[in-house]
Design a protein around this ligand. Structure first.
Ligand code: ZN
Length: 326
């Protein structure tokens, strides 16, 4: 299940399914829809654990340790069938094999769980093949389709399933997961502000260029806050070398926006986790609301310019001039 468990990532959904299962009201088909990293597969696996676990806890959680749980966790449970592919599409043959499995009754109990990950990868033929079975479900059978793009599923599939939308995890949750995995606190909150997907945020935080970008943006904005014209020079000498690719350039501007957003939050004592925190943000937070909002809109304008193919250097130099005047 990974170091960060689904009950922490999606507490409401786990609670909801725990209660649905306790009441014996599990539907036969679900579409789990949500961005990557929102725990769709993990919740599907949790449902399988919960259904097969021999020692369900008082709080409705599986124990993760009994032999049934172990078989689910290691992918060796005969009544839990998972279909996933690294290829671009799920073909009709894949579905045919799964249907052959579905046709068997539960090997050990009258209960079977089928999980199809990235169900939007199903070809139209594959989806139609699944549909026939999907229309006549067997008692005790649960099919869970996970997808990042439910609109790419056939309407006939969607209409016969209960669609569960997975919200992005709260920022605090992603930060906690990053802390747990050993990401430095000074980077965790920044990476979490850029991605709500724990894995993506981990990759971002581990990237050396990103670490330098975070440090240098604070240096340059520190100069701006001190009304030091050196900030303008540092665009070319410090920021440009850290942003060779368009993606890096967007990240750098996003980081500048996050600095001012952080200051604005602190200015208003908003109850959100600090992104950068520290003396720089405290200094900026003393500026007026008008100044801070002016700075944010200047960054937004720079982001638009960059997307319109103005060079990063001239966009950012213009931005720093505006900020120095502000
Ligand atoms: Zn168990």
């Amino acid at each position: 299940m990974g170091a960060f468990d689904i009950a922490t990532l999606q507490p409401k959904l786990v609670h909801q399914f725990a209660s649905v299962i306790a009441r014996g009201q599990l539907s036969q088909a679900y579409v789990f829809n949500g961005a990557s990293g929102t725990g769709k597969h993990d919740l599907a696996a949790w449902i399988a654990l919960r259904l097969f676990c021999e020692h369900v806890q008082k709080n409705g959680e599986p124990d993760y340790t009994c032999s049934e749980c172990q078989r689910v966790l290691t992918g060796n449970h005969p009544d839990v069938v998972i279909l996933q592919t690294a290829l671009r599409s799920l073909k009709v043959d894949d579905i045919r094999d799964m249907k052959a499995e579905m046709a068997k009754t539960g090997v050990e109990r009258n209960q079977r769980v089928f999980i199809i990950d990235d169900a939007d990868k199903m070809t139209a033929q594959a989806a139609n093949s699944l549909l026939k079975f999907y229309e006549e479900p067997v008692p005790g059978m649960v099919i869970i389709l996970t997808t990042t793009a439910k609109n790419q599923l056939l309407p006939t599939i969607l209409s016969r399933a209960q669609v569960i939308n997975f919200p992005p995890p709260r920022r605090e949750t992603v930060i906690a997961a990053l802390d747990q995995s050993g990401v430095a606190p000074s980077l965790a909150a920044v990476a979490a502000a850029l991605s709500a997907d724990v894995q993506t945020a981990q990759t971002v935080a581990a990237d050396e260029t990103f670490q330098q970008q975070v440090a240098k943006v604070q240096t340059v904005i520190g100069l701006v806050a001190a009304h030091d014209d050196e900030a303008f020079v540092q665009v070319q000498t410090t920021l440009v070398p850290l942003a060779p690719k368009p993606a890096d350039q967007q990240v750098l501007l996003s980081l500048i926006a996050l600095v001012y957003q952080d200051a604005l939050n602190q200015h208003f004592h908003a109850k959100v986790p600090a992104t950068f925190g520290g003396p720089l943000i405290e200094l900026l937070a003393d500026q007026s609301e008008k100044q801070l909002e002016g700075a944010l809109s200047a960054v937004l304008k720079a982001q638009v310019q960059l997307s319109q193919n103005v060079t990063f250097q001239s966009t950012t130099e213009q931005l720093i001039l505006t900020l120095l005047e502000g």
